[in-house]
Design a protein around this ligand. Structure first.
Ligand code: GLU
Length: 291
């Protein structure tokens, strides 16, 4: 085992695994296996309200049937509130967390649009009175440039204050935000390589900002091309993406490999899942992945 490489696949169980999530699973799995590393699975069910009943176990079942074996136990974000609470406390001790009672509408009305939606105008930072009603918790950002080199897309940089604004780490209903949960869990699972869809490229600077403040190591990032439908929309439950069909898995795995720019021989379709993985693990070539 190469403990210098620990990758992961972190699906949100909002619905069944579809071709878009299959591509992220296959890309992260192959990159880990090509490097003789570990590949972990984490169920990102931090927001149980968005969870489709039974989706998490179905996703794991499909991964198993596709022959994708994970190392270590699967972790569930719904069971990790204590770890998120501790991280939030550590940030709070640095004086960077403040309560916010602004509604979505108030924010939309008084904001300019940044890379990920409205940039919070800092209303509650300026008027810090003692807040009793339910409130979100935001982190104060700054003007430093946060730069990283994505393995596929190259150098990427953001200044959080002007590009994104102060962002939420815990929502008004008490649910921890993805940005906090993902950083705490990537550190807890000793993840060294994050391979995921390019829709999350914009989130990476926020995650690096939190990693720096919490003293966590910063993983390497590789953002894979996103699968879209005929209308150019990202495949998702909202856009009615078709679930992966495990009774006919091989052609879908081969399609995922093609989507990732790999060039398997046509005979790969005549083999089985185990010969598919044997070829794919040995021949994985990052330089062929479109970016
Ligand atoms: N849970 C996210 C999703 O399913 C992925 C998060 C990540 O890989 O960082 O889109």
């Amino acid at each position: 085992m190469d403990f210098n490489y620990r990758g992961r696949f972190a699906p949100s169980p909002t619905g069944p695994l579809h071709f878009g999530s299959l591509v992220a699973a296959v890309g992260s799995y192959l990159d880990a296996k090509f490097h003789h590393g570990n590949w972990l699975v984490r169920i990102e069910d931090v927001d149980l309200l968005r969870e489709a009943p039974g989706a998490a176990s179905k996703i794991l079942h499909v991964l198993e049937r596709l022959g994708m074996e994970w190392d270590d136990a699967v972790i569930y974000q719904s069971q990790r509130s204590e770890a998120y609470h501790e991280a939030l406390n550590a940030l709070s001790k640095q004086g960077l967390i403040y309560p916010c009672i602004c509604s979505r509408k108030e924010i939309a009305d008084s904001s300019i649009i940044g890379l990920s939606g409205p940039i919070y105008p800092g209303t509650c930072l300026k008027n810090q009175t003692s807040i009793k009603k339910a409130h979100a918790l935001r982190i104060q950002t700054n003007d430093d440039s946060i730069q990283f080199e994505d393995i596929l897309s190259g150098i990427y940089s953001q200044r959080l204050r002007s590009d994104v604004g102060d962002f939420v780490l815990r929502r008004g209903d008490g649910i921890y935000a993805y940005q906090l949960a993902v950083v705490v869990d990537d550190a807890a699972q000793n993840i060294t390589h994050v391979v995921r869809g390019a829709d999350l490229l914009d989130s990476t600077s926020r995650q690096i900002f939190l990693q720096q403040l919490l003293g966590y190591p910063i993983p390497q990032y590789m953002h894979l091309p996103v699968v879209t439908n005929a209308l150019g929309e990202k495949l998702s439950k909202q856009t009615n993406a078709a679930p992966v069909n495990i009774t006919n898995a091989l052609p879908q795995l081969v399609d995922a490999l093609h989507f990732l720019g790999q060039k398997p021989p046509v005979e790969i379709l005549e083999g089985d899942i185990s010969s598919f993985w044997q070829w794919a693990k040995q021949n994985w070539c990052v330089n062929l992945v479109p970016h």
